[in-house]
Design a protein around this ligand. Structure first.
Ligand code: NAD
Ligand code: UDP
Length: 328
């Protein structure tokens, strides 16, 4: 299948593109490089441009004979979305909508969307199933939930068949290729912990030690980026076989506290990791753990790297080999 991977120069998108090639599909990456890296695109064609540029997207679809699309483009810093909601709504909703229109006007009706656990807000029960109430606490989570809603109505009116994948905490790196996580600025726990292990940061600050969890720190469900990528291929192949539109949660169903993550990172890296205890980060739910049973049952998704230690090992390999990320 010829697949337009919008946002394919980013962390998750670069792994999706690579995995598509491994499964015999042909990725065409569109990315404006506002956050992504040209070097992260290791297979398929790369086109620099904005997903909201409808004329460009239509031209790519026609010239490349695109059959399906994966939409990973977004701004995704929760804190920034609170202070700059307009930026988030314009990119995550406005540009996404323009992308959808370019696809439907060109007759492409298979769409895989990067959604997030942030659509749920503070969970009422753990693990979180797909039909759990949604009360996003940030403009970022709201932008993703809104886009899920847009997809539902585009399916009803225009037959746009979609699968939205709600990722929990993506982590790790491809064990073979030279691609990995390089966000600027970095906000995620695992890369920050590993940069501390490398001596690139003086300490890791734990945001909140008074949560109602076993050790007082937040609990998250980490999922290897290759396992996420695999889910995109399964989703695209299901849509190609006529699957109905749906939404799946993607996580391992097992939570690790921030302190546990740091302990595993110490073990994997063999380095000292200095820890500073700080206040809570606004908007962080205490526990986020996915129930991913539906995608396992319906699409046969089977994670290859369910253990946190393995996930951190692959991330450590990337960070150790690329202390400055893609720069140098
Ligand atoms: P990322 O920033 O590394 O990748 C996003 C890519 O989209 C970047 O390469 C960026 O340059 C590109 N982009 C953004 N706006 C664009 C536009 N208007 N036109 C063209 N390209 C544009 O982020 P990521 O961590 O790889 O996340 C990918 C997707 O997954 C995002 O939609 C994010 O919200 C979602 N998500 C990520 C996580 C996570 O743990 N990283 C968790 C849940 C959901
Ligand atoms: N976190 C932390 N220090 C940091 C970065 C993150 O304590 O420097 C915590 C954060 O508060 C949350 C967990 O690590 O409890 C995971 O955060 P991340 O930003 O990686 O992912 P999120 O859960 O926000 O999607």
């Amino acid at each position: 299948m010829k697949v337009l991977v919008a946002g394919g120069a980013g962390y998750i998108g670069s792994h999706v593109g690579l995995e598509l090639s491994r499964w015999g599909h042909q990725p065409v990456v569109l990315d404006n490089l506002v956050k992504g890296h040209r070097q992260a695109v290791v297979t398929g064609k790369f086109i620099q441009g904005d997903v909201g540029d409808k004329a460009l997207v239509k031209q790519i679809i026609q010239e490349e004979q695109i059959e399906a699309a994966v939409h990973l483009c977004a701004y995704s810093l929760v804190g920034e979305s609170v202070t700059e909601p307009a930026k988030y709504f314009h990119n995550n909703i406005g540009n996404g909508l323009s992308f959808l229109d370019a696809l439907r006007e060109s007759g492409v009706n298979k769409f895989v969307f990067s959604s997030t656990a942030a659509v749920f807000g503070e969970p009422e029960k753990i693990p979180i199933p797909e039909d759990h109430p949604k009360n996003p606490t940030s403009p970022y989570g709201f932008s993703k939930l809104t886009f899920e809603g847009i997809l539902k109505f585009y399916d009803r009116a225009y037959g746009m068949k979609y699968i939205a994948l709600r990722y929990f905490n993506a982590a790790g790196a491809d064990p073979e290729a030279a691609i990995g996580e390089d966000h600027q600025p970095e906000s995620h726990l695992i890369p920050i912990v590993l940069q501390t292990a490398q001596g690139l940061r003086p300490h890791i600050e734990i945001f909140g030690t008074d949560y109602p969890t076993s050790d007082g720190t937040c609990v998250r469900d980490y999922i290897h980026v290759n396992d996420l990528a695999q889910a995109h291929i399964l989703a695209l192949e299901a849509l190609a076989k006529g699957a109905d539109s749906t939404i799946y949660n993607l996580g391992n169903g097992q939570g690790y506290s921030n302190r546990q993550v740091i302990e595993v990172a110490k073990k994997v890296s063999g380095k000292v990791i200095s820890v500073k205890e700080g206040p809570r980060r606004p908007g962080d739910p205490a526990v986020l753990v996915a129930s991913a049973n539906r995608i396992k049952e319906e699409l046969g998704w089977k994670p290859q790297y369910p253990q946190l230690e393995k996930i951190i090992e692959t991330a450590w390999r990337w960070h150790a080999g690329h202390p400055n990320g893609y720069e140098g």
